[in-house]
Design a protein around this ligand. Structure first.
Ligand SMILES: NC(=O)c1ccc[n+]([C@@H]2O[C@H](COP(=O)([O-])OP(=O)(O)OC[C@H]3O[C@@H](n4cnc5c(N)ncnc54)[C@H](O)[C@@H]3O)[C@@H](O)[C@H]2O)c1
Length: 362
């Protein structure tokens, strides 16, 4: 039934239709509250535990949902839905979903490129129990994976580090890697927007006076200086040439698009976070190369192959060795279960200290 009040139409048929269930609310955490909770979480340990759980088959990791479009500024825009669960031994575990959206034109308008929401689900009722800002969490979990990979691949004692792409991820990566690589004395930054690299170098130099921060004009120049290079750009087509790679170095391919096929196929060792998700995604170079049969998903063939997962390295099933002349590539696709594990850790802190806001749902 539809009624009319003062000229506006109102739907009256829905009033009092439903029974009266128990009240429900969700905890909402903005960025400031997420950061407050994260200060009490050992994020590297939490992400390491989740990688181990994944290795031991104690996770549920469905395929990602991926929606992309071009916005009215002609910029690539997308939304990724990443559900997952980390099952705890005898306990209820962490269930949830990350929604991470991005548009490459956002920085022009003063916005971070990527942003979204982290959702926690109740294991018993399956209800959404918490909603939190995810930009900072996403950067923290990605940086934690890089830190774990650097250590697991045998590069913790590096003295020199290059970072190509100096946006949000770079800021969080550098903060964490500087804290975890005690011998680091030289950091080279590179960004197509040179002023962005210069201002980040200036900020870091005042925070870490014992480390030299310089800006390279090109990625090749940055890579030549460093034992480890982390790629954190927004590039879609590979440009890194094999002769730019410093012998013995580690390349962490976080942005997934920077390395040419030759660099990926020529690595002495290739470590990933999850083989299945990579194979399922031919939009990214490594998935495409596996689909084309140019890289094998498993060792034991005469083709270049994935050497091991980070879980296998952490479990000691594969022991990484730093090569003298070759180089190592880590290709972290990005696993929603790692975010979900961190959402759970953040929510525990928020529940304990009653941080955030209760939003009434029902
Ligand atoms: N694999 C994963 O798990 C994972 C997780 C999160 C983000 N990412 C990826 O990390 C990348 C960085 O994310 P962000 O949030 O820091 O983005 P951002 O937009 O904040 O920063 C990207 C920076 O790269 C610079 N850049 C672009 N092209 C470049 C080039 N050719 N050479 C040098 N610099 C260049 C830009 O000027 C910008 O400063 C994105 O590609 C994102 O998709 C990967």
């Amino acid at each position: 039934m539809t009624g009319s009040t003062g000229g506006t139409m109102e739907n009256l048929w829905l009033a009092d239709v439903l029974a009266r269930p128990a009240p429900e609310s969700v905890r909402f955490l903005g960025r400031a509250e997420v950061v407050e909770c994260l200060a009490k979480v050992d994020v590297v340990a939490a992400v390491k535990d989740a990688l181990m759980s994944h290795h031991l088959g104690r996770t549920i990791l469905p395929s990602e949902a991926y929606l992309s479009w071009t916005n009215r500024h002609g910029a690539y825009s997308r939304s990724i839905g990443m559900p997952g669960a980390v099952l705890a031994d005898g306990a209820e575990g962490a269930y949830g979903m990350k929604i991470i959206n991005a548009s490459v034109s956002n920085p022009e308008f003063g916005l971070e490129r990527a942003g979204g929401l982290g959702l926690c689900f109740d294991a018993r009722t399956a209800r959404v129990t918490a909603v939190m800002e995810v930009g900072v969490l996403s950067a923290v979990r990605t940086a934690a994976v890089t830190a774990i990979a650097v250590e697991a691949a045998g590069y913790q004692a590096i003295r020199s580090l290059a970072v190509v792409g100096c946006g949000t991820q770079a800021r969080v990566h550098l903060a964490l890697l500087i804290a975890r690589c005690p011998e680091l004395s030289r950091v080279v930054l590179c960004d197509v927007r040179r002023t962005v690299a210069q201002s980040l170098a200036g900020e870091l130099a005042s925070r870490h006076p014992g480390i030299s921060f310089t800006v390279a004009a090109t990625p090749a120049e940055a890579m030549a200086e460093a034992e480890t290079t982390v790629f954190l750009t927004t590039v879609a087509d590979g440009y890194v040439q094999p002769d730019w790679v410093r012998p013995g170095s580690l390349l962490v391919n976080v942005s997934l698009g920077d390395l040419t096929d030759e660099v990926l196929t020529g690595a002495s060792a290739l470590f990933v976070d999850d083989v299945q998700l990579i194979v399922e995604n031919p939009r990214r170079p490594l998935g495409r190369l596996i689909g084309e049969g140019r890289i094998a998903a498993k060792t034991g063939t005469d083709r270049p192959s994935i050497t091991a997962t980070l879980g296998e390295l952490l479990a000691g099933e594969t022991v990484a060795q730093r090569p003298d002349t070759g180089y190592v590539v880590v290709n972290p696709f990005g696993l929603g279960i790692l975010d979900v594990a961190l959402f759970g850790a953040v929510l525990r802190q928020a529940d304990d200290a009653d941080i955030g806001q209760a939003l009434e749902l029902v």
